[in-house]
Design a protein. Structure first.
Length: 364
């Protein structure tokens, strides 16, 4: 009787210390587990992010878990996905992701160290900015300068397009740059200056649409704000003066010489006068925006195509295309291109011109 009791207890002990998952192959009970990870540690900045870890194992499945709620994990056959929430504290934080194989009395565990750096919330102009932990002082100063001059554009409805192309568009409120982006601001964020007419206070130019998009992406990542190029509708609404529009032909006047930097056609490209100028040397439009007419032409986010003439709300342009919309006219263009409703297109999204730049939009 005692012997049977001992045997029973022994069996019970085996059951208690053994482990098994529901999805296993019986043949795996006799296989020594093997588990390899592509990385044993990952580092995130303070913003939302995700990273993948490769998994190689001789078992059909494994279990993955995290010891911190801000660090989420999921997996498939050969990949672990680690996702983190924003770290709103200045200190870094850590989590451990465990990867386990367990079949009967056979088990194997490995860990992945997760480190997320801290950041800082700050108020810059009208915006709550979450500075990424690795932002430089130069970048921060440039962003503060840029954000402090953003103009709030109250949403509304207007008729967009040139004569014969008018169509009704409604927009939500947004912020747009008071000035065209300068070489100093571009250089602080991107650590380059591609411009032909070199001077920190001049607008950045000689950039492609793809370059401009990359700038807005980097700036968004540094600040945790939704920063974009303006849509074509946002650009035209702003150039017209928004809800304060006086229906000028150009951005702020019917006389382009009051609001646009323009080089006369008799000045050759070799002349020192054939160049851009510092923003704000001419009069602003009704919203207080400078150089929406002339100086450098400005990229929009939209693909270029014929207008959709139906009434629309916050239009984003066609879903695809081969060229992008440019607005505003540059200092060397014919005067007719300065009209607030005139539009033209880039040859491609990688085409660069020494007279084309950008201004940014922040969407609340």
């Amino acid at each position: 009787m005692k012997r049977y009791l001992l045997i029973g207890l022994s069996c019970l002990t085996c059951v208690m210390v053994s482990c098994e998952y529901d999805d296993f192959a019986p043949s795996e009970w006799s296989i020594e587990p093997d588990l390899s990870l592509s990385n044993s540690g990952v580092i995130f900045n303070s913003i939302v992010g995700s990273k993948k870890i490769g998994v190689v194992t001789n078992y059909q499945s494994y279990q993955v878990s995290s010891d911190q709620e801000w660090c989420k994990v999921s997996s498939d056959k050969d990949t672990i996905l680690i996702e983190v929430e924003p770290n709103e504290k200045t200190e870094q934080r850590m989590a451990t992701v465990k990867v386990d194989i367990c079949r009967g009395n056979r088990s194997l565990s490995k860990s992945i160290s997760v480190v997320q750096m801290g950041g800082i919330w700050d108020i810059v102009g009208s915006f709550n900015v979450f500075w990424r932990y690795d932002i430089s002082e130069t970048q921060r100063d440039a962003i503060k300068e840029l954000f402090s001059s953003m103009i709030y554009v109250e949403g509304g409805t207007f008729y967009m397009g040139d004569l014969g192309q008018e169509h009704k568009v409604s927009l939500s409120s947004f912020y747009i740059g008071k000035f065209e982006l300068t070489q100093k601001q571009w250089g602080a964020i991107m650590a380059t200056n591609p411009s032909e007419f070199r001077d920190p206070v001049l607008p950045v130019e000689n950039i492609s649409w793809s370059d401009a998009l990359r700038f807005t992406s980097v700036l968004s990542n540094l600040t945790n704000l939704h920063i974009t190029l303006p849509t074509e509708a946002q650009w035209e609404y702003s150039a017209r003066g928004g809800k304060y529009s006086l229906n000028y032909q150009y951005a702020g006047s019917d006389d382009y010489t009051e609001v646009a930097h323009h080089v006369d056609s008799n000045i050759s490209e070799s002349s020192p006068l054939f160049r851009t100028v510092k923003g704000g040397t001419k009069l602003p439009n009704e919203l207080g925006l400078f150089d929406m007419t002339g100086n450098v032409a400005e990229y929009c986010s939209d693909w270029y195509d014929e207008y959709d003439f139906t009434d629309s709300e916050n239009p984003q342009g066609p879903p695809s295309g081969t060229s992008k919309v440019i607005r505003g006219g540059d200092f060397s263009d014919l005067i007719l291109l300065y009209n607030v409703s005139k539009r033209w297109e880039t040859p491609s999204i990688t085409y660069k011109k020494s007279y084309t730049g950008l201004r940014i939009v922040i969407n609340p």
